[in-house]
Write a protein that binds this ligand. Structure first.
Ligand SMILES: [Zn+2]
Ligand SMILES: [Zn+2]
Length: 162
C-alpha cells in the first residue's frame, strides 16, 4: 500500500512538469496526456506548445522550426510548423543563404564556394549548385577530354554500384 502511494506521488509530480534540456539543446517537458509523449510522459516542449494551441496532434511528417534557431526558445511566436522535413530543410537553406550573403534565395557554388543568384548557377535537385565555368575549370584539370570522360564514367559506375 505504501509503495503504491509512493508511486502515485511520483507520477502526479511528474505530471505537473519535469523539464530537462537534452545534450542537443532540445527541451523536454512532461505531459502524459499529449499524444506525442513517450511512454515516460516526456514530450518535446515545442511540440507541446504547438499541439496545445492546435488542440490536436501534429500531422504525420510535420516538423517544427525555431525562427531564431534557438531550440530552447519555445514561445509560440518563435515556432513555425513545416508540413514536412523537405520544407523544413528549405527554410534552413534560405536562412544559411541570408546569413552568408544577405539574399535568402541565393545558392552557393560548391566549386568556388561563392554565393550567387540562382540564374547564374546550374541547379539540379540531385546535385549541389555550381557555376558552369567553375565546373568546366575542374574538368580542365584532367587536361584531356578523354581523361575527363573516363573520370566521369568511373564516377557513374561508382554511383551505379553504390
Ligand atoms: Zn528548423
Ligand atoms: Zn563557382
Amino acid at each position: 500500500m505504501a509503495e503504491q502511494s509512493l508511486c502515485a506521488t511520483r507520477v502526479s509530480r511528474s505530471r505537473v512538469g519535469y523539464r530537462y534540456v537534452s545534450p542537443r539543446g532540445y527541451v523536454y517537458v512532461t505531459d502524459h496526456d499529449n499524444s506525442h509523449a513517450n511512454d515516460r510522459g516526456f514530450v518535446l516542449e515545442h511540440v507541446k506548445v504547438v499541439t496545445d494551441i492546435l488542440g490536436k496532434p501534429l500531422p504525420k511528417g510535420a516538423e517544427i522550426h525555431h525562427i531564431d534557431e534557438d531550440r530552447s526558445n519555445n514561445s509560440p511566436s518563435n515556432l513555425v510548423v513545416c508540413q514536412d522535413s523537405k520544407y523544413h530543410k528549405l527554410l534552413h537553406q534560405r536562412l544559411r543563404a541570408k546569413k552568408a550573403c544577405g539574399h535568402a534565395s541565393w545558392r552557393q557554388c560548391h566549386v568556388c564556394k561563392v554565393w550567387d543568384a540562382p540564374e547564374n548557377l546550374h541547379i539540379h535537385p540531385k546535385s549541389k549548385p555550381y557555376h558552369r565555368p567553375c565546373m568546366r575549370a575542374t574538368w580542365a584539370r584532367y587536361r584531356s577530354p578523354e581523361k575527363a570522360h573516363a573520370a566521369y564514367l568511373r564516377r557513374k559506375l561508382r554511383r551505379a554500384s553504390a
